[in-house]
Structures are given as structure tokens and as C-alpha cells.
Design a protein around this ligand. Structure first.
Ligand code: PMP
Ligand code: GLN
Length: 392
């Protein structure tokens, strides 16, 4: 039934794996959502907005207080100056910002250069827009940007670079030198860059530098983020895009036909979070760092080769040698074997690759945005299980 523009896009792995966790009672270290909510005073703001009549359509670009708070956030943390009237748009999660940016900026036949592995909605939206993917692979175990590969992925048909740092699923935080290389390529080829920075505050040592702050980049960079990761409200789906007015306009041009406007009562609460709790995400990052170490040390002690992430809330392991044909088979068996759910990373790699050249085939992603006792219980279950596969 489904139309050709949706054909061949694999179903999102998150739904399948969370359903598997619910059905089996397994501990869900798959889909990335915290098991503790964000600040209670922010929740109270949302409740107040619901009670006090903030329940009708918000303005298309977002409630003014939130647009102002986003502009202040970019100024406070990064020294960027934004006009909240023309350079900020509120979206239904970063997911809608990604969709609207790609629909608003990519012509059929345009090429989009993006880091592989990539967040799954990028592939779906590029295909729906009629664009062509040009992946640049971050290779295990370090997942660094190969600047030569980036340069050779760019052609005269490239329209934009779709960047993501801190990077899901690898946890890479692009260094100043890597970002400089991206900016040089963008300026040289006069490209737009859409940069997904939803994990901007969740870094563990390596500082997150927004691409828009590099020389010559503000005018060609659209920056995306959301309240979900920074404030542990993934279910709120309040996101935003900011940057020069023409790029924000392109997002709005598409967004007005996708959702018209985003949920009104959560927007003043999101504004309050950004304005009144500016340090909350840093405290979250400090606590996540401890949980990252707990998970990574535990996975290593099980004999799994583990890449410690510099950002995000995901760690990567290589299951080569355990006797599984691939990570998908491993992750499908894991709930029954160990009562734990993780995410196979092959779904984040280009589906057009032939199977022999699948750099993500043996990689598995584990989320550590869970309470320490939950991570500990998952590690105990894994330690007590036989993780060897049918080929072992
Ligand atoms: N981009 C990346 C890299 C993500 O990991 C996620 C997952 N939350 C999103 C975008 C989507 O963000 P939101 O939930 O705000 O739509
Ligand atoms: N961003 C989260 C992850 O990577 C969840 C995304 C989703 O469920 N679509 O796990």
C-alpha cells in the first residue's frame, strides 16, 4: 500500500525494541529516554499553563516567551545573538525540526552529506524529500571524522551537510579541528549545514562547540535542539531551530503544513526551564558521567569491547567473537537470554550497502540514562547470562 517515497525505509528500531522490552519485562537499555523526569518546578509550570487557559493554538513560530528563552540560551551558552522574531522557530521535537528543515531546503535530486551511522529519521526525511544520501562513515572503535572522506563526499550536486554532534549513536563529540574542517568544506562549496545538537549539554570532558559559532558559519547554519535530552522531558516533544532568517523561514514554510503550530501549554514551561534552570543540564551531565562509567566498566568486565562516549547517553560495544551473525540477531535474543534490551547499530547504517561492507554489523548501542540501580541490575543479568551465539 505505502507510496514509493516511503518504500525501503526500515521501520524505526526504537519502537520494535521498546515493545520487546515491554512484552518480555526486560530492562530497557535500548531507546534513549531517562527513567527520572526533569525538574519538578518545570512540570508545575506546564500544569499551571494547562489550568490557566494556555490551551489554544500557539503562534506558528512558537510562543514568544519560548523563542526569547531560546535566543537567551544561545547567547548565554555560546555568545550567539539571535532575533527571536525571525531567527528562532519552535517545533514538535527536534524530529519535526529535522523534517521541516529537510523538506524546506532539499530539492529532489539534491545530495545531502551526513555522518554515518545516523539517527534514523535523517534517512526517512531525505528520501521523502527526494534527496540523495552521501554518507561519511565514522569508523569503530574511535568514530572520528575522516576529513578526506568528507571532502570526497561533496559534489556539485551537494545542497547541504547534515551534522550531528554530540553524535547519536557513537557518542562522538566533534573536536574544534573537525568542526573547522566541516566549516571549510561548507564555505568552499557554499553549502548550508543543518546541525542536530540535541545532546549539546550532555558531554563528559570534550566541550561542545556549536558549528554556528565558527567564522563564516552563522549565515549558513541551521541549529536544531530540543528540551527532551537537556531537561529529561523526551515525551514533551518541544524542539526548535535557530539561525539566519532565510533558513528559519524555510523551516517555517514546511512546518506550517506539517503541524501548523506545536503544543501550546508546554512551551511556557520549556521557556521557564531554559531561563530559570540554566544549570540543570550540567548537573544532569555530571550524573550521567558516573552512569556512563558504571555501564562501560560493567560491559568491559563482561569481555565486551566498549567505546566510551564523549557525549550523549549511549555506549557502543563490538560483539565480534561472541558467535552472532550480527547485532540484530544478538539484540533479538538478548531479552530472553539476559532480560535486557539494547539497540543493534546496523539500522543506523546505510541500507543500500551490500552486506559484506556493513561497518555496523557487529555493533550494539546501550543507553545509560537510567538510574544506577537499573544499570547495575542489567549488568548483573548480563553477567549471569550465556551471551554466546549460535555460531560460537
Ligand atoms: N536527533 C537526535 C540525534 C536524537 O537522538 C533524537 C532523539 N531524541 C532526536 C533528534 C529527536 O529529538 P526529539 O525527541 O526532540 O524529537
Ligand atoms: N533519540 C532516542 C534514541 O536514539 C529515541 C528516539 C526515538 O525513539 N525515535 O534512542
Amino acid at each position: 500500500m505505502t507510496v514509493s517515497r516511503l518504500r525501503g525505509i526500515p521501520p524505526t528500531i526504537f519502537t520494535e525494541m521498546s515493545a520487546l522490552a515491554a512484552a518480555t519485562g526486560a530492562i530497557n537499555l535500548g531507546q534513549g529516554f531517562p527513567d527520572v523526569d526533569g525538574p519538578a518546578d518545570v512540570v508545575e509550570r506546564a500544569v499551571a499553563a494547562l489550568r490557566e487557559g494556555g490551551n489554544q493554538y500557539a503562534p506558528g513560530p512558537g510562543v514568544p516567551a519560548l523563542r526569547e528563552a531560546i535566543a537567551h540560551h544561545q547567547a548565554r551558552h555560546y555568545g550567539l545573538t539571535l532575533d527571536p522574531g525571525t531567527q528562532v522557530v519552535v517545533t514538535t521535537g527536534a524530529t519535526e525540526a529535522i523534517a521541516a528543515a529537510i523538506l524546506g531546503l532539499v530539492e529532489p535530486g539534491d545530495e545531502v552529506v551526513l555522518l554515518e551511522p545516523y539517527y534514523d529519521s535523517y534517512l526517512a526525511m531525505i528520501q521523502m524529500a527526494g534527496g540523495i544520501r552521501r554518507p561519511v562513515t565514522l569508523r569503530a572503535p574511535d568514530f572520528r571524522l575522516d576529513v578526506t572522506a568528507l571532502r570526497s563526499a561533496v559534489s556539485e550536486r551537494t545542497r547541504l551537510i547534515l551534522l550531528n554532534s554530540p553524535h547519536n549513536p557513537t557518542g562522538t563529540v566533534l573536536t574544534a579541528a573537525e568542526l573547522r574542517a566541516v566549516s571549510e568544506v561548507a564555505v568552499e562549496h557554499d553549502l548550508v549545514v543543518v546541525t542536530d545538537e540535541v545532546y549539546e549539554h550532555l558531554t563528559y570532558g570534550e566541550e561542545h562547540v556549536p558549528l554556528a559559532t565558527l567564522p563564516g558559519m552563522f549565515e549558513r547554519t541551521l541549529t536544531l535542539s530540543s528540551i527532551g535530552k537537556s531537561y529529561s522531558f523526551t515525551g514533551w516533544k518541544v524542539g526548535w531551530a535557530s539561525g539566519p532568517a532565510p533558513l528559519v523561514r524555510a523551516v517555517l514554510d514546511a512546518k506550517q503544513w506539517l503541524t501548523f503550530t506545536s503544543g501550546a501549554p508546554l512551551q511556557p514551561a520549556a521557556a521557564y526551564a531554559l531561563d530559570a534552570e540554566p544549570d540543570w543540564p550540567h548537573r544532569l551531565a555530571a550524573s550521567l558521567r558516573e552512569r556512563r562509567d558504571l555501564l562501560c566498566e560493567g560491559l568491559r568486565s563482561l569481555g565486551l569491547a566498549t567505546t566510551v562516549p564523549q557525549g550523549t547517553y549511549f555506549a557502543t560495544t563490538d560483539i565480534t567473537g561472541l558467535g552472532w551473525p550480527d547485532g540484530e540477531a544478538f539484540c533479538r535474543a538478548l531479552p530472553e537470554r539476559a532480560g535486557v534490551v539494547a539497540i543493534p547499530m546496523q539500522g543506523f547504517y546505510d541500507p543500500d550497502r551490500d552486506r559484506a561492507d556493513q561497518p555496523g554489523r557487529q555493533l550494539v548501542r546501550w543507553a545509560f540514562c537510567k538510574r544506577p540501580e537499573v544499570i547495575g541490575a542489567a549488568l548483573e543479568r548480563l553477567a549471569g547470562a550465556d551471551l554466546g551465539g549460535p555460531l560460537g
